[in-house]
Design a protein around this ligand. Structure first.
Ligand code: FAD
Length: 466
């Protein structure tokens, strides 16, 4: 149609970035319109990312725990996977969360319009796929997220044997032999899911190690677990050619110049994500992109076009939901006239594998790369009474501090439950806490949270259990 609309604040995208911005803006009294071509709000995170992956990883964790319980004298038998029920559970979870989000939009009188927006100029967009054709705005926030990147060897649409993370999380079937290309967070999480549901998983990573951005000592316990569980876990190995046939996929792998051909039932390509900045007609605005296509922003989330802000995955790394949401809230505050800025000292990141890895603030690797001074103490979980009682001594808690002040600069944790343990470190860093503050804070015994206090105790001598 040719219906037109005027709004104070237009938000492109209803993912964690878009809804974070929309809710804060509405709460601050702005009139807000959100557009998204997807059938339901929530973005990649809710529909193809965080939520489906964590739903499946929860079950993968149960399967692992059941196997471990055998050594302790409790037998559950073999896991039987009923794909239809499993998929229905995942869909139900997503639909309920999308429904709750829709309610929150309605309660705040935020209009959610269906359509794909692209810029006419710095004050208006054209819409495709909805009843409204043009929206004029005073301010706009671009929160269009990212999509799976394919690499030269692959065309996702060429065969249903070649899957992106989006398709892999549809979990249409559990293939017998599966290759995962990419040893980053997404590849490792998907490999773990399929492996625990019964696939023979091979994973290849072209770098020298999996998770190259994470400290080596944190990756080791995960690497050895996955190396034992997967059929193969090969680093320094690149998938060069991928050819889908009727009955299988043929892959040419190269390790140190040596090429081999392998066949798999399916392959998951998890080699990175690209920003959704290419179909927005940004050349009609003053918005600038970097060489990778990410939208350039300042610390108030403003682009080079004064009316237009950008948040979340479309602005670059780290591509995480909680970062997108906070950026969105901040952009809304700036647009509402508040003196706000995105000034985060510690962004927590978690890999929800078994064991999990979480870190925040400075990593040892970063400190080395930038020659930053730091002190580090490490508390191995074999000295944690709680870890022993659970048979989970495959953990490590490490703490980085500033050598002059003793302030906590970073924490890294590998081990069960790292996702929750890291929160204390994030607060410590945001509050400017010293290692001593953490050491003097009482932690419940026997709990894994003690590993954080004990790592802190190591700065002033011995920890109680180490
Ligand atoms: P998105 O969530 O991608 O939302 C963008 C929205 O914009 C989409 O709904 C899209 O339809 C819409 N859109 C696109 N173009 C237009 C347009 N032209 N006009 C209007 N609307 C448009 N992060 C975590 O923090 N924790 C996790 O556990 C986690 N797990 C993940 C697992 C997987 C498999 C994947 C792929 C990602 C995961 N992430 C995780 C990353 C997380 O999903 C992203 O960081 C997050 O979704 C970014 O939010 P966003 O709002 O920037 O974009």
């Amino acid at each position: 149609g040719d219906m037109q609309l005027e709004t104070e604040l237009l938000i492109l995208g209803s993912g964690p970035g878009g809804y974070g911005a929309a809710f804060r803006a509405a709460d601050l009294g702005l009139e807000v319109t959100v557009v998204d071509p997807a059938p339901a709000p929530g973005g990649a995170c809710l529909h193809h990312g965080c939520i489906p992956s964590k739903t499946f990883l929860h079950l993968a964790g149960l399967i692992h725990d059941a196997k471990r319980a055998r050594e302790m004298g409790v037998h559950f038998g073999t896991a039987e996977i009923d794909i239809a029920t499993l998929s229905a559970w995942k869909e139900k979870t997503i639909n309920e969360l999308a429904g709750s989000l829709s309610t929150l939009f309605t309660q705040r009188n935020i209009e959610l319009i269906h359509g794909h927006a692209s810029f006419i100029d710095s004050r208006s967009v054209r819409l495709q796929g909805g009843g409204i054709s043009k929206i004029t705005f005073q301010h706009a926030i671009i929160a269009t997220g990212s999509r799976p990147t394919s690499f030269s060897a692959v065309d996702f649409d060429s065969s249903d044997r070649i899957l992106s993370s989006t398709e892999a999380l549809q979990l249409a079937e559990i293939p017998g032999k599966l290759l995962v290309v990419g040893g980053g967070i997404i590849g490792l999480e998907l490999g773990s899911i399929y492996s625990s549901f019964g696939s023979k998983v091979s994973l290849v990573e072209k770098e020298k190690r999996i998770l190259p951005q994470v400290d080596k000592d944190l990756v080791e316990p995960l690497f050895s677990n996955l190396a034992a569980e997967f059929d193969t876990l090969a680093t320094h190995t690149e998938a060069i050619k991928i050819r889908a046939q009727e009955e299988y996929v043929e892959v040419e792998l190269e390790t140190d110049g040596i090429k081999t051909n392998k066949r798999y039932d399916k392959i998951i390509v998890a080699t990175g994500r690209s920003p959704n900045s290419n179909r927005l007609d940004l050349e009609n605005t003053d918005v600038k992109l970097d060489t990778a296509g990410f939208i350039e922003i300042d610390d108030t989330l403003r682009t080079d076009d004064k009316n237009i802000f950008a948040i979340g995955d479309v602005t670059g790394h780290p591509m995480l939901a909680h970062r997108a949401t906070r950026q969105g809230q901040t952009a809304a505050e700036v647009i509402a006239g508040q003196p706000s800025a995105y000034d985060i000292r510690a962004v927590p990141a978690t890999i929800y594998t078994d064991p999990q890895i979480s870190w925040c603030g400075l990593t040892e690797q970063e400190a080395h790369e930038h020659s930053l001074p730091y002190e580090v103490r490490k508390f191995p979980w074999k000295y944690s009474d709680r870890a022993r009682s659970m048979g989970r001594t495959d953990g490590l808690t490490k703490l980085l501090t500033d050598p002059d002040s003793g302030r906590i600069l970073g924490m890294g944790i590998v081990g069960r439950g790292a996702e929750n343990l890291i929160a204390e470190a994030v607060l410590s860093i945001e509050m400017g806490a010293l290692a001593e503050d953490l050491a003097l804070t009482l932690h419940p015994y026997p709990s894994l949270s003690e590993t954080e206090a004990e790592a802190a105790e190591l700065f002033s001598g011995a920890a109680i259990h180490f």
